[in-house]
Design a protein around this ligand. Structure first.
Ligand SMILES: [Zn+2]
Length: 352
């Protein structure tokens, strides 16, 4: 976030808090109160490659830019939304709370520059997560919200007034026609969540698929907090089957392209390959000898060693290529390891 001159401490903290709850000053760790963090004692990480960063933010803390023709994207450096201006109003794609009221500011700016309506008439939901939809209620009730049927079920469960349920839902495919523009929505199976959809704008050569590939960066903690690892591993190929040039991943400071997807697929393939090696290479014996009847201590330290073994060569290969490879690759390796064990049954041994 060093590229954003407007970043101040408050907005920085607000952004961090939106991704993951920041622990209170002191947290209970191992039964004792841990010391509060001090910046000068925190670990160092590899520098962020310039290719991961996007345009500078304006004084209000956002950037709005053209994707293609009348399709625009908005970012606060960490989250992304998009909008399409049409002769009948604006279609908004996601409403991250961190961007919040800057969504309408960005729309107002583009609408006044181009002499088109600034009225949001539709909001398309990528998936139910609050960090991508929590500003939806700012647009009131007089908006048609569109999303997957499972998004509607999950939002009914979550009962969050900030995220009104979609009015229009679909199960597998739905094409929206608004003001002469075409938007193809599709569900191709579960991935990051059960309800995450593919949003394709064929005339704008753009695909929006959120929380799968975060262009320029490795996935967030634990493979973007994955709910279906095989589904997420399969998602990039499904995305690549569409014709598009521009990719909106929902995160970080820049748009993506097809080469970003190729690099991301290779990163995941490399992790899978190294996890499979770790499963047959790391010897469990010392962990069980050391921890005796504390089975969880033995299992945890053994699996940590497997995740470290799998992640190490991948961190080395992608440092300087994908931002924060040294921050989150090990947690993603762990989730992929568990999926390879539990979903695929690799290393599963039946007692003789
Ligand atoms: Zn999500």
């Amino acid at each position: 976030m060093s590229s954003t001159p407007s970043t101040n401490r408050r907005s920085f903290l607000a952004r961090g808090a939106a991704i993951a709850a920041v622990p209170a000053l002191a947290t209970v760790a191992g039964g004792v109160l841990a010391e509060p963090a001090a910046a000068d004692t925190l670990p160092d990480y590899a520098p962020i490659p310039p290719s991961a960063l996007g345009p500078a933010l304006n004084a209000q803390g956002y950037h709005v830019g053209r994707v293609e023709k009348n399709l625009y994207w908005v970012t606060d450096g960490t989250y992304q939304a998009a909008f399409l201006t049409t002769k009948d109003g604006v279609v908004l794609f996601d409403a991250p709370p961190t961007i919040g009221r800057n969504l309408q500011r960005a729309i107002d700016q583009i609408a006044s520059e181009n002499g088109v309506s600034n009225k949001v008439t539709h909001i398309v939901y990528s998936h139910h997560h609050a960090d991508h939809l929590g500003a939806s209620s700012l647009f009131g009730r007089d908006v048609v919200r569109v999303g997957h049927a499972e998004t509607k079920r999950l939002l009914a469960r979550d009962n969050d007034r900030a995220r009104p349920a979609p009015d229009v839902t679909f199960e597998t495919r739905r094409t929206l026609h608004v003001g002469g523009e075409r938007i193809d929505l599709a569900w191709h199976g579960t991935n990051h969540t059960p309800d995450n959809i593919y949003i394709h704008l064929p005339a704008h050569e753009t695909l929006m698929l959120v929380d799968i590939n975060l262009p320029g960066w490795v996935p967030f903690h634990s493979f973007n907090l994955n709910e279906d690892v095989p589904g997420s591993i399969a998602a990039p190929a499904k995305a690549m089957a569409y014709p598009w040039k521009h990719y909106i991943g929902g995160h970080m400071g820049r748009l993506g392209n097809r080469q970003d997807m190729v690099v991301y697929q290779q990163y995941v393939d490399d992790l899978v390959e190294n996890v499979k090696k770790a499963l047959v290479t790391v010897d469990p014996t010392p962990f069980f000898v050391k921890y005796g009847n504390n089975t969880w201590a033995a299992v945890k330290s053994y699996q940590d060693a497997q995740a470290d073994y799998a992640a190490a060569p991948v961190i080395k290969k992608y440092t300087g290529v994908l931002a924060a490879a040294d921050v989150y690759t090990t947690s993603t390796a762990f989730i992929i390891l568990e999926s390879i064990r539990l979903d695929l049954g690799v290393d599963s041994q039946v007692h003789p």
